[in-house]
Design a protein. Structure first.
Length: 698
C-alpha cells in the first residue's frame, strides 16, 4: 500500500488552508447590523450601557444564524438566546461565590460538551451559553447591572438577530429550500460533465443529505409549495441513480473508444440539470430553452441507440442505451415540476415523501444523551475533559491576580474539541489570531481612531470580517474578534492597554490548558476508525440487498449510505492529524474507503436495473442476478465484521459461483450489462477480502 503523508503535513495544511465561503455576504451583513444597530441607538439616545448589553447578546448568538429553513433558523437563534440569557442570569447571580460557581460551571460545561452527540446546532448552543456563563461570572460585582436586566438585554440581542434573520420570509418564503435543491442539481450537472472515476463516491452525496434534512426534517412545513420541492428531491434521487449507471458504462467503454455517444448524452443531461437548478433559483423556467435542451437530449439519445444497434457495438453500449431511456423520464418530470417549486406551487407530494428517511431521522435527544453517558463515548469524554479544563481555568483566573478573568476559561472552552487535530489547530490559530488582532487594533486605537462613531464603524467592519472568516480560516476570524472585543471594551470605558494584555495572557493560558487536557486524556481516532469504516460497508451491503425492493426501503438505505460514508470520511480525516496514527491503518482505511465507494456505485447500477419494474427482456435473467445480489450483500456484511473485529476473512467462493451463473445465462448482446455488473461486484468483494489479509499490508 502507498505510504500516506505524515500527520505533521496534514496539521500544517489545516493551519494554512482557506476553506470555501459558506456564509453568504447577506447573512454576514445582517448579523453585523444586529451587533451594530444597538450601539448606534445607545450612542444616539445616551444609553450606551443598554446598547452594549444588547450588542453583546447579538454578537454571541449570531453564529446560530445558519443556513436552512426559516423555522429551523428561528428555533436555533431563539434557543441559543434563551440558553445565553439563563447563563447570564446564573453567572451574574453567583459569580462572586467561587465554590458554587465552580460547581455550576463544571455541571454546565459537562452538559454542554455532551451536546456534541446531538449535532452541530445544539453543540453551538452549549458552547455559546458556556462562554456567557464564564464571561458574566467574571463581571459579577464589577458591573452594576442587575442579573435579570443583563439577561433580558442578552435575550433582546438574540431576538434582534432572529428578527433580522427572518425579515425576508414573507417575501421569499422558500428560498433556503430551493437553493439547497438547486445546489444538489448543480453538483449532479458538474459530475455529469466530468470524466467518470470508478473509485469515487456517487456524486452529490452531501448535497442531497442537506436537501433531505431541509425538506423532510422535523421543522418542515406542510405547505403545497414544499410538496413540489419534495417531488423534485425524489426525482433527483432517480436521476442520480440513472446518471451514475450511465457514467459507469461510459467508463467501461473508454477503453474501446466507443464512449462518444454516451459522453454526448451525459453532456445533454448536464445542460438539463443546470436548467433545473437555474429555474429553482429564479422560481421560473425558460420554456423555450427547455424545449431546445430536450431536443438536444433526444438527438443524443437517438445517436446512442443507433450506435448500440451496430453489429460491432460493445455490450456496454447497448446497456448505456437502455439507461438513457430510463434517464429521460425523471429528467422530463423534473422540468415539468420545477415551475411549481415556489410559494405558488400546488403539487401534492405523496405521504411517503413527507417522512424523513430513517437514516436521517433524529432519535429522541434524551435517549441519545443517555446512550452517550459512558466513558467509551466520544461525547462523554469530551464533556468530562471540557468540564475539568474550563472549571480549572475559571478557578485559576479567579485566584490569580489577573484582570478580565474570563479570557482563560473562555479560550479553553473554545479551543478544546473532541479530536486531537481540531484541538491543536484551534489552539495554534487562536494564539496567532489573537496576537495579530490585538496588535492591529492597538495601533488603530492609539494613532487613528478616537471618536465613538468611528469606533463603531471599525467595530462593524471587524464584526463582518469575523462572521465571514471564522469558518473559512479560524486565525483570520479570531484576529477580527480580538479587535472587536477591544473596541467593545473601549466603548464601555475600559482602557485598551489592560484589555489587550489580559486577552493575550488569557488566550495563551487557556490554549495551553486545553492542549494539556487533551494530551492527559486523549480520544484517539485510531481506535474508532475501523468501526466507522465497518458501518459504511454494512450500509453499502444493505443498500445492495434492498435493490429491486420497496421504494421507501431503497431510499432509506441510500440515505444511510450517505450518512455512514460522511462519518467514515470524517473519521479518516481526524486520523490523518493524529501523531503515531500508524501509516498502515491509514493506508488500509483509504483503500477500504475507495473500494467501498466502488461497491456503492455497483449497488446504484443494480438499483437502476432492477428498479424499472416489469421488463420482459430482463425476466429470464432475474433469478441469477438476484441470487448474486443476496450473496454479495451477505458477503459484504461479513467483510464489514472482519474490519470491525480486525480478523482475516475466510475463503468464500459463493459470490464467484453466482457471478459465473449470471454470465452463463446472458446472451452475447447483454443489453442490460448484467455481465459487467456481476464482474464488478465479484471484483469489489474480492478486493475487500484481499485488503483484509495480512499480505495486503506489505
Amino acid at each position: 500500500m502507498p505510504t500516506p503523508p505524515h500527520w505533521r503535513a496534514h496539521l500544517l495544511a489545516g493551519l494554512t488552508r482557506i476553506k470555501p465561503r459558506d456564509v453568504p455576504w447577506q447573512v454576514a451583513l445582517r448579523n453585523t447590523a444586529g451587533v451594530t444597530l444597538p450601539l448606534l441607538a445607545g450612542v444616539h439616545f445616551g444609553h450606551l450601557d443598554i446598547g452594549l448589553g444588547i450588542s453583546a447578546g447579538a454578537l454571541m448568538v449570531m453564529f446560530a444564524d445558519q443556513p436552512g429553513p426559516y423555522r429551523l433558523r428561528l428555533r436555533n437563534i431563539l434557543l441559543t438566546s434563551v440558553a445565553g440569557a439563563l447563563a447570564t442570569l446564573i453567572g451574574l447571580g453567583i459569580g462572586s461565590q467561587l465554590l458554587p460557581l465552580l460547581v455550576v460551571t463544571a455541571l454546565w460545561t459537562f452538559a454542554a460538551g455532551l451536546l456534541v452527540a446531538l449535532g452541530p446546532d445544539l453543540t453551538r448552543v452549549g458552547l455559546i451559553s458556556t462562554l456567557l456563563l464564564v464571561i458574566t461570572a467574571a463581571s459579577s460585582g464589577v458591573d452594576e447591572v442587575p442579573p435579570l436586566a443583563a439577561a433580558l438585554l442578552v435575550l433582546v440581542g438574540g431576538a434582534l438577530q432572529a428578527l433580522l434573520a427572518i425579515l425576508a420570509w414573507p417575501l421569499n418564503r422558500y428560498r433556503p429550500e430551493r437553493l439547497a435543491l438547486a445546489s444538489a442539481y448543480t453538483a449532479l450537472a458538474v459530475a455529469a460533465r466530468q470524466t467518470p472515476e470508478t473509485n469515487a463516491a456517487p456524486p452529490a452525496s452531501s448535497e442531497i443529505n442537506h436537501v433531505q434534512a431541509v425538506l423532510l426534517g422535523d421543522d418542515r412545513s406542510q405547505s403545497r409549495a414544499l410538496e413540489s420541492l419534495r417531488i423534485l428531491a425524489a426525482l433527483f434521487e432517480r436521476i442520480r441513480v440513472e446518471l451514475v449507471a450511465l457514467r459507469e458504462y461510459q467508463a467501461a467503454l473508454a477503453d474501446h473508444d466507443a464512449d462518444g455517444p454516451v459522453r454526448a448524452l451525459a453532456r445533454a443531461s448536464a445542460r438539463l440539470l443546470v436548467l433545473v437548478a437555474a429555474s429553482l433559483r429564479d422560481t421560473r423556467i425558460d420554456q423555450a430553452e427547455c424545449r431546445r435542451l430536450l431536443a438536444r437530449f433526444d438527438t443524443a439519445q437517438s445517436a446512442l441507440e443507433a450506435a448500440a444497434r451496430a453489429a460491432s457495438a460493445p455490450a456496454a453500449l447497448a446497456a448505456a442505451a437502455t439507461r438513457a431511456v430510463a434517464l429521460r423520464r425523471p429528467l422530463r418530470a423534473a422540468l415539468r415540476n420545477v415551475d411549481a417549486a415556489s410559494s405558488i406551487g400546488a403539487v401534492r407530494a405523496s405521504a411517503a415523501e413527507r417522512q424523513l428517511p430513517t437514516a436521517l431521522r433524529p432519535a429522541q435527544p434524551l435517549a441519545v444523551l443517555r446512550a452517550n453517558l459512558k466513558l467509551d463515548s466520544i461525547a462523554c469524554r469530551h464533556a468530562l475533559r471540557s468540564a475539568s479544563c474550563v472549571t480549572l481555568a475559571l478557578g485559576l483566573s479567579h485566584l490569580l491576580p489577573v484582570a478580565h478573568a474570563y479570557w482563560m476559561p473562555m479560550t479553553a472552552a473554545i479551543v478544546l474539541k473532541p479530536d486531537f487535530g481540531a484541538t491543536v489547530n484551534y489552539g495554534l490559530l487562536r494564539v496567532a489570531g489573537t496576537l495579530s488582532g490585538l496588535l492591529l487594533t492597538s495601533l488603530l486605537l492609539h494613532y487613528l481612531i478616537d471618536e465613538p462613531w468611528l469606533r463603531i464603524a471599525l467595530l462593524a467592519l471587524l464584526c463582518y470580517g469575523f462572521r465571514q472568516w471564522t469558518t473559512r480560516h479560524y486565525g483570520v476570524g479570531v484576529a477580527a474578534l480580538s479587535g472587536l472585543v477591544v473596541l467593545l471594551e473601549a466603548l464601555a470605558g475600559e482602557a485598551p492597554g489592560p484589555v489587550m494584555h489580559a486577552r493575550a495572557l488569557g488566550t495563551l493560558g487557556g490554549s495551553a490548558l486545553a492542549l494539556i487536557a487533551y494530551a492527559a486524556w486523549p480520544t484517539w481516532e485510531r481506535g474508532r476508525v475501523r468501526t466507522a469504516l465497518a458501518r459504511m460497508l454494512e450500509d453499502y451491503a444493505r443498500y445492495l440487498s434492498s435493490t429491486g425492493g420497496d421504494l421507501a426501503e431503497r431510499r432509506n438505505a441510500r440515505s444511510a449510505c450517505r450518512v455512514s460514508r460522511s462519518n467514515a470520511h470524517a473519521s479518516l480525516e481526524r486520523l490523518r492529524h493524529e501523531p503515531r496514527s500508524g501509516e498502515g491503518l491509514l493506508a488500509l482505511g483509504d483503500a477500504l474507503f475507495a473500494t467501498g465507494s466502488r461497491l456503492a456505485r455497483a449497488a446504484l447500477l443494480l438499483d437502476a436495473l432492477l428498479g424499472e419494474g416489469d421488463n420482459d427482456a430482463l425476466r429470464p435473467h432475474l433469478e441469477p442476478i438476484v441470487a448474486l445480489r443476496d450473496l454479495a450483500a451477505a458477503r459484504g456484511i461479513e467483510l464489514a465484521a472482519c474490519v470491525r473485529e480486525q480478523r482475516q476473512p475466510v475463503l468464500d467462493i459463493r459470490v464467484h459461483d453466482a457471478a459465473v451463473a449470471v454470465r452463463q445465462t446472458v446472451a452475447d448482446t447483454d443489453p442490460h450489462g448484467l455481465v459487467d455488473i456481476a464482474d464488478r461486484i465479484e471484483d469489489i468483494l474480492a478486493t475487500l477480502a484481499f485488503l483484509l489479509t495480512p499480505k495486503a499490508a506489505e
